[in-house]
Design a protein around this ligand. Sequence first.
Ligand code: CTP
Ligand code: MG
Length: 222
Amino acid sequence: MGRSSTGRVVAIVVAAGQGERFGAPKQFLTVGDQRLVDRAVAVAGAACDEVVVVLPEGRVWDGAPVAAAVAGGRTRSESVRAGLEALAPDAEIAVVHDAARPLATPELFELVIDAVRAGADAAVPALPVADTLKRVDGDQVVGTVDRDGLVAVQTPQAFLVAALRAAHTGDVDATDDAVLVEAAGGTVVVVGGDPRNLKVTNVADVAVVEALLAVLPGKGAP
Ligand code: CTP
Ligand code: MG
């Protein structure tokens, strides 16, 4: 059953990480003609009514106009909570998106938003797991994980604001927010993820983003 929804859809772009694996706060790196964070904010702004950007403590927002720019925390979850505090009071759906994912499309935002409008507490993009997964103990393989029924999830992730707030009660920490909604007993659904929507984690990922920018329509390709 769908829910009637007229409330606002607000994106929370989390850009407050230190980029330890990358070696620098990668979200401020310019790739092609734009910083990763600016690409993430632009697509979020195209797909949502407004954007809240969450920045490292002390950093001033110098990108396109946003509804709010706030300081994040030590963990990604703390940064999401900082974004939640800055939401407009009439926000009905919040879409959390990593600034480190510059290639998400407005269509992917629409898919997750529509799934929440259709009744889910949360919706996340998911892709089949391509690699074989092993369980290890130190350097010893102790098992092979059955890939059946396993998916890898991306952002943007859409939430009913009330469900996201409830999931973030207390000092919880997780690498994504959907798991917090699951733990709180909420319904989380998956939509088809986009293999091009990679997260820049390591330095090598930049070369992949550059290559994709050259071939993706509307991203710099002719
Ligand atoms: N993020 C954040 N606040 C944090 C940690 C992460 O806003 N305290 C954001 C990052 O800026 C990024 C997204 O969450 O856009 C995904 O996190 P990740 O790729 O892990 O980035 P970092 O935490 O910066 O990288 P690392 O884990 O290598 O330190
Ligand atoms: Mg991290």
